[in-house]
Design a protein around this ligand. Structure first.
Ligand SMILES: Cc1cc2nc3c(=O)[nH]c(=O)nc-3n(C[C@H](O)[C@H](O)[C@H](O)COP(=O)(O)OP(=O)(O)OC[C@H]3O[C@@H](n4cnc5c(N)ncnc54)[C@H](O)[C@@H]3O)c2cc1C
Length: 501
């Protein structure tokens, strides 16, 4: 939803920079906890959720670690580590609980607009990969979170689950798959806009579109002066606030550098753009009904895991394959080519050089990806859909990721592939960096900053009770409480309309 220029309120409790899924989630949580809190949102675009959170700019996978093989790395001794998968699966349950709360309160009217049940599958071929998947499946059986996972090496069974993946496949190729029926596809763009529509109706919340956040300076009283500029009139203004959340997606790094807090130092990033192949063949789209994740080729980064995905976008079934990586010096899809050069300074040049030197496979992978021809992309797709033709697909730009580089005492600089929250010592500034598992874990990540940024309130019985109301499993580990997990899944599936397959 786009709105005209809103009057700026000079003093506010909270400033949210950027109107993506992260700011939307934090805004809703804070308003639920304290209906009197005043919030101002500054978004450079003319509506919410148009960058990373928009449906075509991400894969829309409700990341619950059911199918993503990069969340379950193989250890040196050959065993499979599922600890990260457990954390991500628990975080996604928190998201489901939070979204169910918003639906129950009628803040989000129709859950089908943002979440759909789509089975999640992992699919591999080749003896070693089949063995890896078997070990992963066995390891995951030890957690109630993944108990419903089904394993198969039976070609007919896999063909029933994912016909287009098995048609015309080499009969001598060993294959295996796992399937979780309770997987989801999420339209994070629609969800973000749904939350902002609701926030916009709440007294004390003002959303300013076409307004760019430029800078933030300490006000000398423990708060912040935030400087913003109207992209319509060029007018610059100042707002005073007690707390700032920098949720500007890939532009967060730039704004974090402007905040005079010691925690900003040593972070760098380089942009990786994404590309999808979007299916144009209606028959093919109808024949597939799953998110099928494969194994990334050796040496390539987690962001490169290929998948052939059913999407439900604006009520329409779609099919995409990817992602392919590209390189651009822009941090935002609508950003500037100077974003990368401008982000390099004295404090992060060394970590960035070290991270580059220590990640030659990533550099090699990116160069190869950028140079790919349409035929090479087709060859990658044929590994998943063996009989397909190039004319059935069009290349579509996905979102930009900014791969975070962090200063490291031992290594000089390391690449961070997760979602990273930077919080100032006094808790008055928080910034979100990184991508995967990203939007799926927004609720858990935003709940996680409350004790650091709203220390006193978080300890109050009032907030504790309200948190329990929003996310009944809050503070409990679902992986260790099978009964509660089942009850939670049943409840959220019902409210979110996920029981139909
Ligand atoms: C290719 C790809 C695939 C992905 N797949 C998945 C997936 O399957 N599942 C999943 O959960 N996650 C996925 N992600 C990650 C997910 O998209 C992000 O984690 C999430 O959308 C980030 O949300 P955000 O609110 O931080 O950023 P954004 O949605 O980018 O929002 C930031 C907002 O800030 C605004 N902004 C920027 N600068 C300024 C400024 N100076 N002033 C004011 N406003 C500003 C932007 O216009 C934008 O609206 C994927 C990401 C990519 C790139």
């Amino acid at each position: 939803m786009s709105v005209g220029i809103r009057p700026l309120v000079k003093e506010t409790d909270v400033v949210l920079m950027g109107a993506g899924i992260m700011s939307a989630t934090l805004g809703m949580i804070l308003r639920e906890l304290n209906p009197n809190i005043t919030i101002q949102v500054f978004e450079r675009s003319d509506q919410a959720g148009t960058e990373s959170s928009d449906a075509w700019n991400n894969a829309g996978t409700g990341h619950s670690a059911f199918c993503e093989l990069n969340y379950t790395p193989q250890k040196a001794d050959g065993s499979v580590d599922i600890s990260k998968a457990i954390k991500i699966a628990e975080s996604f349950e928190i998201s489901r609980e939070f979204w169910a709360h918003l639906v129950r309160k009628e803040y989000l009217s129709n859950p089908a607009e943002f979440i759909s049940p789509i089975p999640h599958m992992s699919f591999v071929w080749g003896k070693d990969n089949v063995e890896f998947l078997r070990k992963r499946y066995k390891a995951m059986q030890s957690s109630p979170l993944f108990k419903d996972m089904v394993w198969s090496e039976d070609r007919d069974q896999i063909a029933q689950w994912a016909p287009i993946v098995m048609r015309d496949r080499d009969k001598n190729q060993p294959v295996a798959a796992t399937r979780m029926d309770i997987g989801t596809d999420v339209n994070f763009g629609a969800l973000t806009r749904g939350m902002f529509n609701q926030l916009n109706k709440m007294p004390g919340v003002t959303i300013h579109y076409n307004m760019e956040a430029l800078d933030l300076d300490p006000d000398g009283k423990g708060g912040w002066d935030v400087f913003v500029k109207s992209l319509l009139t060029g007018e610059k203004k100042k707002v005073n606030t007690r707390f700032v959340f920098i949720g500007a997606g890939r532009a967060t790094l730039h704004l974090l550098k402007r905040a005079e807090i010691k925690e900003r130092k040593g972070y760098g990033g380089f942009p990786v753009s994404g590309l999808w192949l979007k299916c144009l063949n209606k028959e093919l789209i109808q024949q597939h009904h799953a998110k099928v994740y494969g194994k990334a080729t050796a040496g390539s980064p987690p962001m490169s895991v290929p998948h052939i995905d059913t999407r439900i976008i604006d009520g329409k079934k779609e099919l995409l394959f990817g992602p392919f990586a590209g390189f651009s010096t822009k941090f935002l899809k609508n950003g500037s080519l100077m974003d990368l050069p401008k982000s390099i300074g004295l404090d992060n040049a060394i970590p960035m050089i070290f991270a580059g030197m220590r990640n030659m496979p990533l550099t090699k992978y990116l160069i190869e990806q950028v140079r790919q021809t349409p035929e090479q992309r087709l060859a990658a797709l044929e590994e998943y859909v063996p009989f397909t033709k190039l004319e059935d697909w069009e290349l579509k730009e996905a979102g930009q990721r900014v791969q975070v580089i962090k200063k490291d005492k031992k290594e000089g600089g390391v690449l961070e592939f997760g979602t990273e929250v930077v919080v100032s010592e006094d808790g008055t500034v928080a910034a979100l960096l990184g991508a995967s598992p990203g939007a799926s874990t927004a609720a858990a990540v935003m709940l996680g900053i409350l004790p650091k940024c709203f220390k006193k309130e978080s300890q109050s019985e009032l907030w504790k009770n309200k948190l329990k109301e929003m996310v009944p499993s809050f503070g409990l580990l679902l992986a260790q409480n099978e009964k509660l997990l089942q009850a939670t899944r049943e409840r959220t599936s019902k409210i979110l309309g996920l029981n139909k397959s």
